[in-house]
Design a binder for this molecule. Structure first.
Ligand code: UDP
Length: 539
């Protein structure tokens, strides 16, 4: 992969003329800076000023044209982390005429995707904040193909897993630092700026304590499309594992947050589940090997930590076992639980927490970022040492949280096996589990109602409808219909679940009354269709 920006592929003088005459053109999608993605022609970057530059000319376009609202607080988020004030994107403006007095622009001929990586030394952040959002941002725009140029503006060096970013495109990604090697004024012929947040499932606790995002929009299907792409790029074959070759993976940390009795844990699990147990760690295996191993595992066991994001690669039906140190409540830290529980991920998730302080080894004298508390006031140290649970907190430097999460743990194996028995529905061999259908019913067709009055107190309402149009092409195990009947003007309704395409209601139906009737179809008890247009029926 070449580091050069081949100027041969563009007509330099034509590009320069276009920039001078047309200036920069920007068209964005998104209403707010947090959901905005912009496409630019001739967006430039001054490596001296370390600023992006928008050149105004008679032909430039700036949509949205926000005026100074562009700085309240920014045009867009450059990383996939929502509204983080260190991740904002904006540009400076200049008239195109100023180009005459500026260094000669160097054009980037590739279609570029310009973004910030959020924390490229941490695997959870790498996958959740960068790789998945980049992959799906590229899927959204057809010219961001495998020749697209990724440009990372966060200012970090390559980081520990740069190879993973390289898989997304055939072109070598560029770091902010490298841009100056090309010249003082770089102009991206075509570029997209920002990342889609549509795949993210977790918020890290910058404004409220961490937890699943409020409105998760991704399912296991899209996650698995990504992992399939990724595994193909890593040259990993996707084979089925036969029943007697099933195995458990223990993902081990080797620097901190250790499992003290890992060997014992491995032996016991091998016995209990009659399976081979494989231990992997980031310093003894290549990432490709780890993915290969995890992609065929029946169970993945690890202490809470970024390495658990590799459960992305587990096969359907596998079990994720997340271990938590003493005083760390598993309910408060759920990035991996949320991942495993995404609809269609089809993973079983089990959390175990060490509840015995004597099985915990803490490191009060380490540096603060590895959980040390020696720098705190004596009183505060004592309070932390006495506390039995880290209270909910904001990211990222809460010393009590760091102190507890960086403890080593001796796992009480009987109690772990007990939660596993309670939670895991069957022997962890569900792998052949087929993905459940997610095809939703269409609207029921030709809804009709007929009313009849039996006397001054009795009336009947006969409602009928036709099956949704798509049902005749589907094999559905169970088809049901839901009917809501509401007396006009009342704000409650009577709901019914019915197996057939018509029904006569007589209970609670009054004569000379108008009823509103809603009907929808349900597949397999859970897949709800839309309601048909409401019927108004007068008895
Ligand atoms: N890491 C590791 N082994 C260790 C400690 C860390 O593989 O003993 C990895 C970890 O998986 C993550 C990165 O190093 O990708 C940073 O770890 P850190 O403890 O800072 O973050 P966390 O795992 O709590 O998200």
């Amino acid at each position: 992969q070449s580091q050069e920006l081949s100027q041969a592929r563009i007509d330099y003088h034509a590009a320069l003329r276009a920039l001078q005459e047309d200036g920069t053109r920007m068209v964005c999608s998104g209403k707010m800076h947090t959901d905005r993605l912009c496409r630019f022609d001739y967006l430039c970057y001054s490596t001296e000023a370390e600023e992006f530059v928008f050149f105004h000319s008679n032909a430039s376009v700036m949509l949205p044209n926000l005026g100074s609202r562009r700085f309240q607080p920014a045009l867009l988020d450059l990383s996939s982390v929502e509204d983080h004030n260190t991740q904002y994107f904006n540009f400076l403006e200049l008239p195109a005429a100023a180009l005459k007095f500026m260094p000669k622009p160097v054009f980037v001929p590739d279609v570029a995707l310009i973004l910030n990586r959020f924390n490229p030394d941490n695997l959870m952040h790498i996958f959740h904040d960068d790789l998945l959002p980049i992959f799906y941002t590229m899927s959204q725009y057809s010219d961001l193909d495998d020749e697209a140029r990724l440009v990372f503006m966060e200012g970090w060096n390559e980081g520990t897993h740069f190879d993973l970013y390289r898989l997304l495109s055939n072109k070598q990604p560029l770091l902010k630092e490298q841009l100056k090697n090309f010249g003082k004024l770089l102009c991206f012929t075509k570029s997209y700026v920002g990342l889609s947040k549509i795949t993210t499932w977790y918020q890290y606790g910058f404004v409220q304590p961490q937890g699943p995002k409020a409105n998760i929009l991704v399912s296991g299907t899209e996650i698995r499309q990504f992992t399939r792409f990724f595994m193909d790029k890593l040259n990993i074959t996707r084979e089925e594992v036969s029943e007697n070759e099933e195995y458990i993976v223990v993902f081990s940390r080797t620097i901190n947050r250790l499992i003290i009795n890992e060997a014992e844990l491995i032996l016991t699990f091998a016995q209990e589940f009659q399976m081979k147990t494989i231990v992997v760690s980031l310093d003894e295996h290549s990432f490709a090997d780890i993915v290969q191993i995890i992609s065929r595992a029946s169970m993945l066991i690890s202490i809470h930590g970024a390495q658990l994001v590799t459960s992305l690669f587990l096969p359907r039906g596998a079990v994720v076992v997340e271990l938590f140190p003493y005083a760390v409540n598993p309910e408060h830290y759920t990035p991996y639980k949320t991942l495993a529980s995404l609809p269609g991920m089809d993973l079983q998730y089990v959390a175990w927490q060490n509840t015995k302080e004597e099985n915990s080894v803490a490191f009060p004298d380490r540096p603060w970022d590895q959980g040390g508390i020696a720098h705190l006031e004596q009183e505060e140290q004592e309070r932390i040492l006495k506390s039995k649970e880290v209270p909910r907190h904001l990211c990222c430097r809460n010393p009590e949280w760091l102190f507890r999460i960086y403890q080593d743990t001796k796992v009480d194996i009987p109690s772990l096996l007990e939660v596993l028995r309670q939670t895991v529905k069957s022997k962890p061999a569900l792998k052949k589990a087929k993905p459940a259908s997610t095809v939703h019913p269409g609207r029921v067709r030709e809804p009709r109602c007929q009313a009849s009055v039996q006397g001054s107190n009795e009336a009947k309402l006969t409602v009928s409808w036709q099956i949704p149009w798509n049902l005749k092409y589907l094999k559905v195990r169970e088809v049901q219909y839901e009917v809501w009947i509401q007396e006009q003007g009342e704000n409650t309704y009577m709901p019914y679940i019915l197996p057939h395409q018509n029904y006569t209601f007589s209970e609670n139906i009054k004569p000379f009354t108008t009823y509103l009737v809603w009907i929808r179809c349900i597949f397999n008890k859970t897949l709800l269709g839309p309601f048909a247009d409401v019927l108004a029926c007068r008895t």
